[in-house]
Ligand binder design. Structure first.
Ligand code: IPE
Ligand code: IPE
Ligand code: MG
Length: 248
C-alpha cells in the first residue's frame, strides 16, 4: 500500500482520499520501446503486458474501482499478421494466468469490443475469465479488445434503429441514457481520467462517447516503462484540475 497522506504536498504527491473512480489507459508505445532496444516489436508487447499486470494490481490496491485498458483496437488488424498473433497470444497467456490467480486478485474482468472475430480459443478464455470473475465487485478491469469507439456507437445506433423499426421504440423519445445503455460500457461510470503514454496526443478511437468530460493525462513515457510513480504523477495532475462539467 502507498504511504497515505491527507493533502498533496509536492507536485507529484497524491491525495489518497480523493482518487478517481475510473481510470482508462491507452497502453501505447510498446513498439517504440522494443525498437529503442533493438528488439522485435513483439518483445515490446510482452513488456507492455507485464506493465499491465503491475498497474492493474496497483490500481486495485489503492482502491480504484474501474480500470479500462485499450489492448487492441478495431484498426490494429492492419498490423502484420505475426504481430497480431503475438498480441492475441499474450492476451491468452494473461487470461490463463488470471483464471488461475482469480481468488488472489479478486478483480472482475470485463471486455469491451467485438469478440466474435477472435479465435474460438481466445474467445472461450475471455468468456471463462469474465464468468469466473463476476463474483468480485470491488474492482473491475475492462479490457478493450477489438474495440473502436465509432464501432461501439454504430452498434448502439443499429440496436436502437432495430427497436424503432420493430415498433418497440419511438425515435423521438431516445435519450443519451438510452444510448449509453447500448454501449459495451453500459452500467460503468464514465472514465474520470484517461492516460495516454508514448507522447501521442490523440484518442485513436478510444471511448469516444464516454470521454465527453474525462480529464486527459499525456506523458512521453512509453507504456512498458510506465510505473507506479508515473501513475502518481497522473493522479496528482488530475487532482489539481477543476472539473466544471460546463458549470461555473
Ligand atoms: C500499443 O503499442 C499496443 C497496441 C496497439 C496493441 P504500439 O504497438 O502501438 O507501440 P508503438 O506506438 O508502435 O510504439
Ligand atoms: C491505440 O494505439 C490502440 C491501443 C493502444 C490498443 P495505436 O498505436 O493503435 O494508435 P495510433 O495508430 O498511434 O493512433
Ligand atoms: Mg502505437
Amino acid at each position: 500500500m502507498p504511504f497515505f497522506r491527507k493533502s498533496p504536498k509536492t507536485n507529484d504527491e497524491v491525495d489518497w482520499s480523493s482518487l478517481p473512480r475510473h481510470i482508462a489507459i491507452i497502453m501505447d508505445g510498446n513498439g517504440r520501446w522494443a525498437k529503442q532496444r533493438g528488439l522485435p516489436r513483439t518483445a515490446g508487447h510482452a513488456a507492455g503486458a507485464e506493465t499491465f499486470r503491475t498497474i492493474a494490481t496497483y490500481c486495485k490496491e489503492i482502491g480504484i474501482e474501474y480500470l479500462t485498458v485499450y489492448a487492441f483496437s478495431t484498426e490494429n488488424w492492419k498490423r502484420p499478421p505475426e504481430e497480431v498473433r503475438a498480441i492475441m497470444s499474450l492476451l491468452g497467456n494473461y487470461l490463463t494466468e488470471a483464471l488461475a490467480d482469480m481468488e488472489r486478485n479478486q478483480i472482475r474482468i470485463n471486455f469491451f469490443g467485438d469478440l466474435s472475430t477472435l479465435t474460438p480459443e481466445l474467445r472461450a478464455l475471455c468468456e471463462r475469465a469474465h464468468n469466473a470473475s463476476m463474483r468480485y465487485s470491488k474492482a473491475q478491469a475492462n479490457i478493450c479488445l477489438n474495440y473502436g469507439g465509432r464501432d461501439e456507437i454504430t452498434r448502439a445506433v443499429r440496436a436502437l434503429a432495430r427497436a424503432c423499426a420493430a415498433g418497440e421504440r419511438d425515435p423521438d423519445t431516445i435519450t443519451e441514457a438510452d444510448i449509453s445503455a447500448q454501449l459495451y460500457s453500459a452500467g460503468v461510470p464514465d472514465p474520470d481520467l484517461i492516460i495516454r503514454p508514448s507522447g501521442e496526443i490523440r484518442t485513436s478511437n478510444f471511448l469516444l462517447w464516454q470521454s465527453a468530460y474525462s480529464e486527459y493525462y499525456f506523458t512521453d513515457v512509453l507504456w512498458p516503462d510506465f510505473s507506479k510513480e508515473e501513475l502518481h504523477r497522473a493522479l496528482a495532475s488530475y487532482q489539481k484540475r477543476s472539473r466544471r462539467f460546463g458549470g461555473v
